[in-house]
Design a binder for this molecule. Structure first.
Ligand SMILES: Cc1cc2nc3c(=O)[nH]c(=O)nc-3n(C[C@H](O)[C@H](O)[C@H](O)COP(=O)(O)O)c2cc1C
Length: 319
């Protein structure tokens, strides 16, 4: 009853891990039967090994956390030899998240992982493009479209474009990803934030700023998933602050086809499987199916814009 079609993939259920928060899944295998989750998404893999940012890299905030890991990973050669076989042995759909600083890097990664038989690729567009003054791919519709189109030209598996929320209009970026041929949109990555130690007059994180995740960002993620789902025809993978089956259904209602669990999994690595267990009874208690909920958000009342929210996009709430 939870089976979910996502592009050409058929998932056992709509619940998957969020990149970078669950390793490759291998690390979590003793906590839960991971063959029961819809899919596992790897941490971002880059062409060459990356050392990441200076410590401290993690800081707990009210209702969330800040991280500035900086895409530390051992590179594609290591991942293919060591990690991918482990991931595949876990018995569920395998999605590999790729990152690069130039389009050529994304292309090589997409070719190599397609050949290696992953089920799908997630393209982390929150990466600086060194050829364009380190502008993030995900902050410019043109760069987003170019990166996605280049990956699509070589990929033989579905390609999901993972977007950053740190933009003025997420719908323009989502449209660009769709235009580039993406098979789905993952939204959202972390929101840029900061923590300060005023006694030392220094930022807490080694890099100064970091990405905010966890329950604190759920309302932002819901809003963006809802906005994106209204303007694209491809499926949306919702992510941001999910920690319960209730949260999952809220994202599906907003228009997501599937969801990813990130920060909440640090405190409870068995959470994804528990959510999968809880979904059927939650749906049964409301006498509905997943299909009844998905994308079924009723139009919001045609109220005056909330204070400070008078931008044009909010007019579209009606109807
Ligand atoms: C410690 C940490 C590491 C992350 N690493 C990655 C990563 O390597 N690639 C990526 O696309 N997203 C990464 N993310 C973002 C998550 O996949 C997710 O989009 C974000 O945390 C929002 O979901 P959440 O609130 O459920 O954690 C990371 C998040 C955290 C907290």
């Amino acid at each position: 009853m939870l089976t979910t079609s996502l592009a050409s993939l058929r998932l056992r259920n709509p619940v998957m891990s969020a990149s970078g928060t669950f390793g490759s899944g291998w690390e979590g295998r003793t906590f839960a039967d991971l063959s029961r989750v819809g899919a596992l998404v790897s941490k971002t893999v880059t062409l060459r090994p990356r050392h990441g940012n200076p410590p401290p890299r993690i800081f707990e905030t009210p209702a969330g956390m800040l991280n500035s890991i900086g895409l530390e990973n051992k590179g594609v050669d290591w991942f293919l030899a060591d990690t991918l076989p482990k991931m595949k042995s876990l018995g569920t759909t395998v999605i590999v998240n790729i990152g690069g600083e130039a389009i050529d890097e994304f292309v090589v990664l997409a070719e190599r992982f397609s050949r290696a038989g992953v089920d799908a690729l997630e393209v982390n567009l929150s990466c600086p493009n060194v050829q364009e003054g380190r502008l993030l791919f995900s902050t410019e519709p043109r760069l987003t479209e170019q990166a996605v189109a280049a990956v699509k030209r070589v990929a033989t598996v579905p390609v999901f474009a993972k977007l950053s929320p740190n933009v003025t209009d997420i719908t323009a970026i989502a449209r660009a990803a769709e235009q580039g041929g993406a098979d789905g949109i993952t939204a959202i990555n972390t929101l840029i934030g900061m923590a300060i130690d005023w006694r030392r007059r220094r930022p807490v994180l080694g890099r100064g700023i970091g990405g905010l995740s966890g329950p604190a960002i759920k309302p932002v993620a819901l809003r963006m998933v809802w906005e994106i789902a209204r303007v694209v025809k491809i499926p949306v993978l919702g992510v941001g602050g999910i920690r319960s089956a209730e949260d999952v259904l809220e994202f599906l209602c907003a228009g997501a086809t599937a969801v990813q669990v990130g920060t909440a999994g640090f405190a409870d690595p068995a959470l994804m499987v528990r959510i999968v267990d809880e979904l059927p009874s939650l749906l049964a208690a409301a006498n509905v199916t997943l299909a009844d909920v998905r994308g079924a958000l009723h139009a919001a009342p045609a109220a005056a814009p909330a204070e400070g929210c008078a931008r044009a996009g909010h007019e579209r709430v009606r109807g």
